[in-house]
Write a protein of this length. Sequence first.
Length: 681
Amino acid sequence: MEVALRANRGPVSMRRMPCLSLVTCLWLTIGVIADAAGNSSSNSSSLPSSSRRPSAVTIGSLFTQDSVIGRAAKPAIQAAIDDVNADSSILAGTKLNLLEYDTNCSGFLGTVEALQLMENDVVAAIGPQSSGIAHVISHVVNELHVPLLSFAATDPTLSSLQYPYFIRTTQSDSFQMYAIADLVEYYGWREVVAIFVDDDYGRGGVSVLGDALAKKRAKISYKAAFTPGALGSTIKELLIGVNNLESRIYVVHVNPDSGLKIFSIAKNLGMMVGGYVWIATDWLPSVLDLSDTVDADKMNLLQGVIALRHYTPDTSRKKSFLSRWKSLKFKTTATPNSYALFAYDSVWLAARALDAFLSEGGNISFSNDAKLVGLNRSRLSLSTLRVFDGGTRLLQILLTTNFTGLSGEIQFDPDKDLIHPAMDVLNFGGTGTRRIGYWSNYSGLSVVTPETLYDKPPNRSTSSQNLYGVIWPGEMTSRPRGWVFPNNGKPLQIGVPNRVIFKQFLVKDKDPPGVKGFCIDIFEAALNLLPYPVPHEYILYGDGKHNPDYSSLVYEVAQNNIDAAVGDITIVTNRTKIVDFTQPYMESGLVVVVPVKEQKSSPWAFLKPFTVPMWCVTGAFFLFVGAVVWILEHRLNHEFRGSPRQQLITIFWGEHCEHLGPVGVDHMAVRGTDNQLKLHG
């Protein structure tokens, strides 16, 4: 008797051999009975009791093979399988087999293929690439306890606790959306238009983008969504509507297989010229990285575009893999993109986790799911789906595995995201791309590689953010403002008083624009400082015979009956509660205008304010007060007696002392309450 290994499909089978010793037969029989008693089955051959390692384990792959990501991922996964099996230090004595299933870019077919894959008792699955399919398959693997390692499903909502067996081996879209928010803040923009595909992938990413922009005091002014596989006419109609908006900052978050169609239509509509800003997520570099040669037609569509790409360090292992890419027997693309590296590392992650699982005595066994046993009322063989008994433990090992792969360090944080997320910031121009910097969750925008900054304290201050110069659409080097007045917008309605007291400020005029004056000159000068035209027209408010009610004019602005008001409008409290005023550019009030004459300084200048009669009257009162004091003090005060000369001096001195007050008193203050007075001297 010999045992046949089941590598891909089918149960374990046994054949009779003509020659076999009795001892060997008894030993095999005991092993089979022991397995049956445990109500478990294995996808590998029966092994001696001294070794619990199976001779082979099976994992599956599930993705759309004929796609931008699939054409790069397929050879990378197969190369990883070969490298694992050729490495004696990993899964020693156990061969890693692969079952491939194609989702055909369909949610329904992807679900069916996933169920068929699980019928083969796989211990782990690599994929899928579609976020929509990943949502459905995650429910399947949760029930069957089979870890799902996705190298391309980037929808941020897949990271929730709802999908415990879903492990993302690439970066979530939440990180590149925060990178875009940092770009928007860095260039000083406040509003963007999101152009995205209306599926789980597009909606999930744009939702995070809105939250990230809100933290930067910016926002998504308009969400332009289109259905997956939309026709060119539908996209053209969408872009025409987008072009009529004020914002010129476009964030494109679409599928790689159809994204270039957007730029082709935008170029035909004249939307790839100066004043426009296009920011693409990582789908765009994924498309262009698959070709060795530069496609001139594609590059002409992308002049001035900024794009993000998953950052992978330039390690020697990565360079070695890229150098042998062309010699791979399964190669279907000229060059790999970042998703090929993530797919390769996913296989190695599964192999290392399985090696640790088997080393600690784990058993590859499956059991029937009680919930599926009673679902055989249809032709669907759901009862063939079995639960991986060691799936929970394998999941724990996967989340704690730490090694360095082609894409960098493979280690997960408590949220099941790869540590040290980082992006390349690219600028398309000429015949290729130019890296203008990096973004990392650790330090934001920088021209220094992220791993260099990990040894330094994190610095996200505004002054530390830095990028190289950008060539914008239209070969412009100056930063676009990102906002224009809409082509089909109505002119601004500017209300002005029809009659004012001071005609120098504002008065009706026969010539265009219909009014003139200092207020109009200030307003027109402010409009001329803008880098784009603002159509406007002046609306006279009032009957022209009486001064209009300025509060009513302000109220018209608050009610959106007019867009703004210009004139000699006083800023008062009640008006500031309903409208916003500009900074005052003139002040009104009573003033005195006198001619300016130069005068020479003189020490006797203090005498000029008083006239001669005034000085005579002042002197007379001085003598009169002295005489009165002498008369009152002469009989009682001996100091006011003596010779006439002495008394004359006393008169002048006594008057002086009378003005000074009692001798020795510095100050006097009365303080206290109504019932209490205190005198302090």
